[in-house]
Ligand binder design. Structure first.
Ligand code: SAH
Length: 245
């Protein structure tokens, strides 16, 4: 999986790539990630990437030329990407399904905004899609880009040590994850559910599936409504409903 990230704060992005599973994926060669300093694609002495907005008003706007040049250079040196993503609070909401889709593209370019955002023409010129990480505004696209890179990278085989853990994560099967426990079995008067200590794999699996269903029902009924449930899940949901009354 290849990513190219364009930013005015390359060190901020590199710091986010330097730890944990993503850094391991890079070290393994499973992830090929380049961070590009937008200022490298400026032509003026001050290496300026922003300018005042036409029409007036507060804030600055990212100039189109450096961003378009960066995309052209990336396509030439790294190949034509499957998608160019502009991080923006105005974009489609990023979610697990979107992470799966981007993973399937193999090569994604991410453009990080700053200031009031980018000159609108960049979107058309580079054929970009806009993605938002949620309904709030952060100061730049760097953290959102790291969120996208991390979520997509986890799905690339070989990045997370145990592929099964990714398959069991929240959202992977349309449900929230079940609760997790580790030693000690009794802690500050709170015990681990006994079934997890039983050694019965079938019972453990059933308990976890039921806990995931109960949790999703309680916290995210919207997810449950569209989850793919089988006959066993229906039985578990009936049990949950009966236990509640
Ligand atoms: N004026 C813009 C916000 C600019 S914030 C607006 O109201 O839409 C500066 C940059 O931070 C944006 O260009 C974008 O790249 C990034 N950003 C802020 N919030 C974001 C979010 N929720 N998702 C993705 N990117 C975001």
């Amino acid at each position: 999986m290849k990513f190219d990230i364009v930013t005015i704060f390359p060190r901020m992005v590199e710091a986010g790539l330097a730890e944990g599973v993503v850094s391991r994926g890079i070290a393994n060669g499973v992830l090929d990630i380049r961070v590009h300093d937008l200022r490298e694609f400026t032509a003026d002495r001050h290496r300026s990437v922003d300018d005042v907005p036409y029409g007036g008003g507060p804030g600055m706007v990212m100039k189109p030329e450096p961003l378009v040049k960066a995309c052209t250079a990336i396509a030439e040196t790294r190949g034509t990407p499957g998608a160019v993503i502009v991080l923006s609070p105005q974009g489609r909401r990023f979610d697990q399904a979107e992470a799966v889709r981007l993973g399937g593209l193999g090569h994604v370019v991410l453009l990080c905004g700053r200031y009031e955002g980018m000159d609108e023409r960049v979107l058309e010129l580079v054929g970009a899609e806009e993605l938002s990480i949620g309904d709030y505004v952060v100061s730049g696209g760097e953290l959102p880009a790291l969120v996208v890179v991390d979520a997509v990278s986890r799905l690339v085989p070989g990045v997370v040590g145990d592929g099964q853990s990714v398959e069991e994560d929240s959202f992977a099967r349309g449900l929230l994850d079940h609760p997790h426990y580790t030693r000690p079995a009794a802690f500050a008067g709170h015990d681990v559910p006994p079934v997890l200590l039983s050694g019965h794999h079938g019972d453990v699996r059933r308990w976890r599936r039921k806990a995931a269903l109960a949790r999703t029902l309680e916290r995210r009924p919207d997810l449950l409504a569209v989850a793919e449930l089988d006959a066993d899940d229906r039985v578990l949901l009936d049990e949950i409903a009966n236990e509640r009354t």
